[in-house]
Design a protein around this ligand. Structure first.
Ligand code: MN
Length: 507
């Protein structure tokens, strides 16, 4: 099956699969829209969550918009994510690995619907971003509407290599946006800092509403220099078609709904935030550059796209979870060549990264398990891993009860724990207190150099002696914590009968 041509074809698929809620009642984007969608992440099982398409959006000033808003459309659940990949649930890891090992470069085309309407520099001083119903994510706490699903495309000013990353954009005016990058290691921040040293601005294009593969790639923390549009092509199984921007030397997906072109000046910064973060805290205000739009292009009758972010579980924690699991999987399975790896699981409640479980084949030599754990960390760069645990293959790594059981049963703390150093992350308030962060500009402040951080590696695989005794082949570990007596009888009863229950017989 060919991949989706555009977001519209994908939305039609969501609807035909019963995964879209089309809302025709009026909704206020500044107070109601995100909180309404958030409810399903608090009260429903994951499989019941849906994408929301709001068709009658109004704002706090009573203004009516003709442009609909898609929220939770790309990753409300793993089922929806699989629809976005256009593959089965169990094929997601294989697709992601293929995409990382064999990316497909975008194909430049002469024209595309994303440029059906063009608004120039003078025009966007008055209308501009005001044309779009940009929601407030955390009403009462966020200081403005934010772009949460904007993919920022820039190029390395020295090498010309492209980067596409998802960063939040604070609406400051009809033609100005704040941007938040967590550290100077962020790929856009690397480009911006290079331009800063060269004394010139950074050309930028923001993409909203491309095919899902583009969004899945944009949130992925792949190594610096890996073009996310080629990763998106790998996920789609075909090149992403791109067109040249009108005012900057960049290319953008030809069928995207909306593109905002402009520059990030490098000679000043402005306050940015506060914004409700995925880890559940309000991030304090800090300093960042301010994007100046020059031109907005969009399709006729465009759709606005917003990720449901803020406290997990959310669309943002799901979209990050799948990308990061598969980045770690590729590191361990392919870069380090560890064939015993069965699965990588990140827990959304641990910010889709701080708690990572590797499910490994029974009997993997312990030194090989340590190699896997170390490979998972990627030398502490790019992901927020903090605790990495290896467990035997009969443990469901998403079942935290079973992971706790496995660790409790298996580890010898004096030999099964290791701590490795990593770069500090300003979102880990155990390393960098919020107050310390408030004073800095994360894009230029080397917090990682002034604050210590580390990763705990836990070898939670069951020990065995030289004859393999206590390996899982001899020892039937319970596969569930069910109090069911029949299940317990099945697991333990046979063993007791084999022993002949001598104590009871003589009593
Ligand atoms: Mn990148």
């Amino acid at each position: 099956m060919p991949y989706y041509h555009d977001l519209r074809e994908y939305i039609a698929t969501l609807e035909s699969q019963g995964k879209l809620r089309r809302i025709q009642a009026e909704i206020n984007k500044d107070t109601e829209l995100h909180p309404l969608v958030r409810w399903q992440f608090r009260g429903l099982e994951e499989a019941e969550r849906k994408a929301f398409l709001f068709e009658k959006v109004v704002d706090g000033r009573g203004r009516r918009y003709s442009i609909p808003v898609l929220v939770a459309g790309l990753a409300a659940s793993k089922d929806i994510y699989a629809l976005g990949m256009r593959c089965a649930h169990h094929e997601i890891t294989q697709r992601w690995s293929e995409a990382q090992l064999h990316p497909i470069s975008p194909r430049l085309v002469a024209s595309g619907p994303v440029q059906e309407e063009i608004h120039g520099e003078d025009e966007i001083k008055s209308a501009g971003l005001d044309e779009f119903p940009i929601p407030i994510s955390t009403p009462g706490y966020d200081n403005a509407p934010y772009l949460t699903a904007a993919h920022w495309i820039t190029k390395d000013p020295e090498t010309g290599v492209r980067n596409m990353g998802n960063y939040r954009g604070q609406v400051k005016a009809t033609n100005r946006l704040g941007i938040y990058c967590v550290s100077p290691d962020t790929h856009l921040a690397i480009h911006w800092n290079k331009c800063r040293k060269m004394g010139r601005p950074l050309e930028t294009a923001l993409v909203i509403g491309a095919v899902p593969a583009v969004s899945y790639a944009a949130v992925a923390k792949v190594p610096y220099g890996f073009d996310e549009l080629s990763l998106a092509g790998g996920i789609a199984g075909e090149p992403i078609e791109v067109v040249r921007c009108k005012t900057v030397d960049l290319e953008v997906p030809a069928t995207a709904e909306i593109v905002i072109e402009g520059i990030l000046p490098t000679d000043f910064m402005e306050p940015e935030g506060p914004f409700g973060e995925a880890h559940g805290y309000m991030a304090v205000r800090s300093w960042g550059p301010c994007f100046a739009a020059r031109c907005i292009t969009h399709r006729k009758n465009p759709t606005w796209v917003s990720f449901l972010s803020q406290f997990t579980p959310s669309e943002s924690s799901k979209i990050k979870q799948v990308a990061r699991e598969n980045i770690v999987y590729k590191r361990v399975r392919y870069d380090a060549g560890i064939e015993e790896l069965k699965e990588v699981a990140l827990i959304e409640m641990a910010n889709s990264g701080r708690w990572c479980v590797l499910r490994m084949a029974h009997g993997t030599p312990r030194e090989q398990v340590w190699r896997a754990l170390e490979a998972a960390t990627g030398e502490g760069k790019g992901l927020s891993l903090k605790i990495v645990i290896a467990v035997d293959e009969d443990i469901d790594p998403y079942n935290t009860e079973l992971v706790v059981w496995a660790m409790s049963a298996a580890i010898r703390p004096h030999e099964d724990l290791r701590v490795v150093k990593k770069l500090a992350n300003v979102h880990d308030y155990s390393s960098v207190a919020p107050g310390e962060r408030a004073a800095v500009a994360p894009m230029i402040s080397p917090v990682a150099k002034t604050h210590e951080a580390s990763i705990l590696l836990i070898n939670g695989m069951r020990h065995q002696d030289s004859r393999g005794i206590h390996s899982a082949h001899q020892w039937n570990a319970p596969r569930s914590l069910s109090p069911d007596i029949a299940a317990a009888e099945e697991i333990y009863g046979a063993g007791q009968r084999d022993l002949g229950r001598p104590g009871l017989a003589s009593a």
